[in-house]
Ligand binder design. Sequence first.
Ligand SMILES: *[C@@H]1O[C@H](CO)[C@@H](O)[C@H](O)[C@H]1NC(C)=O
Ligand SMILES: *[C@@H]1O[C@H](CO)[C@@H](O)[C@H](O)[C@H]1NC(C)=O
Ligand SMILES: *[C@@H]1O[C@H](CO)[C@@H](O)[C@H](O)[C@H]1NC(C)=O
Ligand SMILES: *[C@@H]1O[C@H](CO)[C@@H](O)[C@H](O)[C@H]1NC(C)=O
Ligand SMILES: *[C@@H]1O[C@H](CO)[C@@H](O)[C@H](O)[C@H]1NC(C)=O
Length: 687
Amino acid sequence: MPGQKTSMGKVDITRADIVLKTSPCHRIPRRWFALLFGLFHLYVFLLLLLYLFPYSSTPLRHTIAKNYFEFQVRGGSSKMLWRTPKPRKCLHPILNPYDPEMMEYQVKVGPIKCPSDREDWVYVTNGSIHISLRAQKRHGKISCTYKPIVRDGDFAVRRDPVPGVMQDGQPLQADFFSISCKTESGKNYENVHSAVARYKAVQERLDKHAADRKKTSSQGLGLSVFMYGFDSMSRMAWLRNLPQTRDYLVHTLGGVELEGYNIVGDGTPAALLPILTGKMEEELPEARRGFPGVTTVDGHPWVWKDFSRHGYVTAWAEDMSKEGTFHYRMLGFKEPPTDHYMRPFYLAAEKEYSKNEKLCLGSTPRHVNFMRWFRNLFDTYRNYPKFFFGFHTELSHDGNNEMQAQDEDVKSFLEGLEESGHLNSTLLILMSDHGARFGHIRATAQGKLEERMPYFSFRFPPWFRRQHPDIMRSLETNVHRLTTPFDVHETFLEVLNYTGSGQADIRHRGVSIFKEISKDRTCVDAEVTPHWCACLDWENVSQSDRLVVEAARAALATINELTQKQRGKCVELTVLNITRGSRYVCTEEDSRAQDKILKYWNQYNKNDFGRFDGMSCRKGISYFQVSFITQPGGGHFEAICYHDVTSGTLRINSKELSRINKYGSQPACIQDLLPHLRPFCYCKEQI
Ligand SMILES: *[C@@H]1O[C@H](CO)[C@@H](O)[C@H](O)[C@H]1NC(C)=O
Ligand SMILES: *[C@@H]1O[C@H](CO)[C@@H](O)[C@H](O)[C@H]1NC(C)=O
Ligand SMILES: *[C@@H]1O[C@H](CO)[C@@H](O)[C@H](O)[C@H]1NC(C)=O
Ligand SMILES: *[C@@H]1O[C@H](CO)[C@@H](O)[C@H](O)[C@H]1NC(C)=O
Ligand SMILES: *[C@@H]1O[C@H](CO)[C@@H](O)[C@H](O)[C@H]1NC(C)=O
C-alpha cells in the first residue's frame, strides 16, 4: 500500500505530542533522561557496528545428523525477519490448467496403432487357454506349446516347460505364459500373454472368509477398492491430457476430485508408501540397496495384508520393471505381495519388446493389455471383495503428452467396468503419485506447484451415495481441504472397519476422508514439510539477496558433501546460476503445531534418517527455497534451507534437495552401487 508509511508517521508524531504533554515522565529527574538518551545512542551505534562488521565471515560446515547439514551464514543474522503471526490455513493456489506457459509444452498426441495382422492366436477365459477360432479359420490347424512364466524372486523369471502339445481348454498354471504356435503351412505365432489363472489356495481362502462372514457381523462398508493410477500426473496435467476420462468420471459416474491433495515427499515411493503402509520410508525397515542391514520390503505393514485378512482378493501391478517403485532403489519383495502380481509378466515381456512395434505387444497397445488384466481380475472374482491397485508408468513418466494416446482407452475401460456392474460394488480411485518432476514444465513456478499436487479422485456407487449422505457431504467438503497420501491409508482402513463420519481429528497426521477435515488444517498438522507444502505463503526474494545466495551455497556444499566419499568418481560441483529464491517466515502458530508433531515423530526417531528438529517451523526460523544450476553437467536443483535468525545458521536436509532436471547417464559410474547418489553425481569420465 503506498501512502501507508506517511500516515503511520503522522500517527506517531501525534502520539509523541500527547506523551510529552500528559505522561508522568516530567516527574523523572533530568539526569535519568540524559542517561537513557545516551544508552539509546550506544544501542544504535552497536547495531550499526554489527551490521557493518558481521560477527562471522567464514562459513562453518558440519553434518549434524545423517541427513542434516549446518552452515554459518556469513553476515550473521538478518535485518528483516519478523512477521506478526496471523491466523493462517492452507489455501492452495488456484492454477490454470491451460496456463500459456504450460501450453507451450503441450503437444497433441494421437492413439497408438498396433499392427492388426498380428492378432492373438490364443486367448484365456476362466483360467483356461483356448486357440482362437478366427485364427484357425484364417490359418488352418494350429498347434501350440505353452510355457508358464514362473516368478523367481522379484528380479528373475523361469519358463517351466510343459511337456507335449497344448490342449485347447488347458487350465493355466500361472497368470503369465509364453506361447509358441505353428500352422501346418509353417506359419508361426510367438508371444507372451498376461491373464488370470485360477489359484486353488486363493479360492479356498476367499470361500472360507465368505462362509465366516455370514456368521459374524462385519464393520466394513461392503466395498471393493480399485485404485488405478498413472505416474507423474499432476491434477493440471490430467485435465490437459485425459479430458475424456475425466469428463466420464466426473459427469457420468459422479466422481469427486480432491483439489487440495498434497504430496509428502519426493518421488513415487514417498507417494505410495504412505498410501499403502501409512508410514514414510524413514519409519519402515531399511530396504535401500547398498545400506547396512537392508532387507526386502515384505515386512512392511502393507494395506493389502489388511484387505487380505478381511477376505479380499488382492492384486498389484506396475509396468516398467526396471523402474519398479520398490525395486529401483529398494530390494523389492521376496514373496509375491498380493494374490495376483504382474511383475513377472513385465520381466518376461520387456525382453520381447524389441520384436514388437513401439508401445505394442502383438496387435495390442501395451497400456490396453495392462487394463485388460484388471478387467480379467474383475471378471474372475465377480462375487468376491477385491483390493486391486494398478499403476501405469510407460506413457507418462517421460512427459505427460503421451497420456492423450490412452485417454479414450481409459474411458472405455471404465465404461466396461461400469456396464458389467463391477463398479456397482467398488470404490474407484483414479490417481497419480506426484506431478512431473523433471523437464521444462517442472522448472516453471506453476510446474513446481503442479509437482506437489497430483491428481486424486474418488467415485462411489450410487446406492452407496444414497445410503451414506454424511460420507458424501464430508467428501464434498474435503475437496477444498488439505489432504495427503496418509489420509488415503486411513480411508482404506475405514473401508474395512467404519467408525463413522463427523469431524476428523486433525491432531493425527492421517485422517479418513469420510470425516470432515477442518479448514484450519495446515501442512504442519498433516506432516507435510515446507519444501512439499503447496499452500504456504511464500514471498519471492531476489536471486541476488544475500541469504538466497548463502542458501544456494549451503545447498551446493551439501551436494558436494554427499558425494565427498566418491570424489574419485564424482566431480565437485559449482553453482552456475541461481534461478529462483523465495522465503517463508515461521509464525508463533507454526511453533505450536510443530511441537505437537515433534512428540509424535520422536517415537520413530531412527539415527539413520536424522532428526526431525532440523525442519522445525518456529518463531525465529525462516525457510529459503532456492533453485540453482550447477556445473559441470547443468544439474538443476531445488533446495530448502532453514535459517535460524538468532544463531545465523542455515540447515539443509538432504532429503529436501530435489534434482529437477534429468540426470540421464551423468551418474553412470555409481548408479548401480549407490543409487541414492544418482541425482548428485557427475562422473569424471564424461569430462
Ligand atoms: C470357471 O472355472 C472354475 C474352476 O476351474 C469352475 O468351478 C467354474 O465353474 C468355471 N466357471 C465357468 C463360468 O465356466
Ligand atoms: C447395485 O448394487 C445395489 C446394492 O447391492 C443393488 O441394490 C442394485 O440393484 C445394483 N445396481 C445395479 C445396476 O446392478
Ligand atoms: C474397528 O475399529 C474399532 C475402533 O477403532 C476397534 O475397536 C475394533 O477392534 C476394530 N475392529 C476390527 C475388526 O478391526
Ligand atoms: C513469484 O515469482 C513467480 C515466478 O517469477 C511468479 O510466477 C509469481 O507470481 C511470483 N509470486 C509473487 C507472490 O509475486
Ligand atoms: C541465469 O538465470 C537468469 C534468470 O533465470 C537468466 O536470465 C540468465 O540468463 C541465466 N544465466 C546463465 C549464465 O545461465
